[in-house]
Design a binder for this molecule. Structure first.
Ligand code: TXA
Ligand code: MG
Length: 349
């Protein structure tokens, strides 16, 4: 059985944090909230502890983990050096939802980096994560606390649904704020490159490092090799997802046409809908799950993974969803996660 301890996310109980930190130091596995998603933490310098994380998640060993530390200084022993760009980015965005890939030191076990010459480092801002890292005084490797290929957990209940009995403790700090995983930027090469889009977008990064580029589109072979977690089928519910891309009008027309055809064939489907589309879709008599207003990308990001899990539980044959079109820093990251969850819909004519 997995122990679940509830804490006030803004002011976590010191006894729970001390207990969780003690477990981590002892090589046990603890799930905890960050501002992005829940992480599954283990002592980053303890190989046996790291192997427990891979086993609990059923994660392939070639997918490296992010190491979480309390401060930039705490990362010093883990990396070859801290380049000036990393200092600039840390000053602007840490603590926060940015992960930097740097050249690793010999201290970091191969199990953490999947044998790569680099290591991914993040200083999270969530008060529970911060308290835990400060108390544990060790680097904590933490992938998202989901079973491999399931949507990342944004609530303790999601962690429990995937990992109950497989891990020692879940520190329950309620729903996470951002809802999508951190931006991953590779600083180990000549050109700073975004490997995974997140809440800190290209424009924000450009203001600090103008030469930053975004990596290839999700799912391209090159991207998949640079960051194995970028494999297209990585954030998916079990139910097939049909994604309608392009502008609102044409995507909606296509989605409505497919909905009617599938209903007439007797298929059980669910539409994951923006609030603005609900009335129009309801007329078709299809099951609808209200995601959030398209005009509010912050709410869409925060609810996306929970909504995908809810859709999954309905046991439908397919989930239909339209991409987000609002202009906002989160748009690229939301579009990216929808694309990974989906097999892009081919016109159903
Ligand atoms: O927001 C987040 O980043 C969350 C929370 C818990 O911090 N963590 C998270 O971890 O999303 P995970 O393991 O689900 O995703 C880590 C991503 C993967 O895409 C992985 O391939 C990439 O970071 N990554 C890790 N180390 C890397 C490295 N050395 N080089 C390139 N990519 C790396
Ligand atoms: Mg993950």
């Amino acid at each position: 059985m997995t122990d679940v301890q509830r804490v006030d996310p803004a002011d976590p109980d010191a006894r729970v944090i001390a207990h969780a930190a003690e477990l981590l130091r002892a090589g046990r596995v603890v799930a905890f909230p960050t501002e992005t998603v829940y992480g599954l933490g283990a002592h980053a310098l303890d190989r046996a502890a790291i192997l427990k994380v891979f086993a609990a998640k059923e994660r392939p060993a070639n997918d490296p983990l992010i190491v979480h530390v309390a401060t930039l200084d705490a990362a010093t022993p883990l990396v070859e050096d801290i380049p000036p760009v990393a200092r600039l980015l840390a000053a602007r965005f840490w603590p926060g939802p940015l992960t930097m890939v740097l050249k690793r030191s010999a201290q970091v076990p191969d199990e953490v980096t999947a044998g790569l010459a680099t290591v991914a480092i993040r200083v999270p801002s969530h008060p529970v994560a911060r308290a835990l890292l400060e108390e544990a005084r060790i680097p904590v490797a933490a992938p998202s606390a989901n079973l491999f290929s399931r949507p990342s957990p944004t609530r303790a209940a999601h962690v429990l649904a995937d990992l109950n009995g497989r891990i020692d403790l879940i520190v329950d700090g309620g729903a996470t704020e951002v809802g999508l995983e951190s931006t991953v930027i590779d600083l180990s090469g000549r050109v700073p490159t975004i490997l995974r889009p997140g809440a800190i977008d290209l424009d924000a990064l450009r203001q600090v490092i103008p030469d930053v580029i975004s990596g290839r589109a999700a799912g391209s072979p090159t991207a998949a090799m640079a960051s194995p977690g970028m494999l297209p089928k990585h954030y998916s519910p079990r139910t097939p997802v049909l994604l309608y891309e392009g502008d609102r009008e044409s995507a909606l027309v296509q989605m409505k046409r497919d909905t009617e055809q599938r209903i007439s064939r007797g298929e059980s489907i669910v539409v994951l809908s923006y609030t603005e589309d609900v009335t129009e879709l309801r007329n078709l008599g299809v099951r609808i799950l209200d995601l959030a207003p398209e005009s509010n990308p912050v709410a869409v990001a925060a609810r996306l993974y929970a909504a995908l899990r809810e859709c999954d539980e309905l046991g439908a044959a397919a989930i239909l969803v339209r991409t987000i079109t609002t202009r906002h820093p989160l748009t690229g990251a939301i579009q990216d996660r929808l694309r990974r969850a989906a097999t892009v819909a081919t016109p159903d004519t």
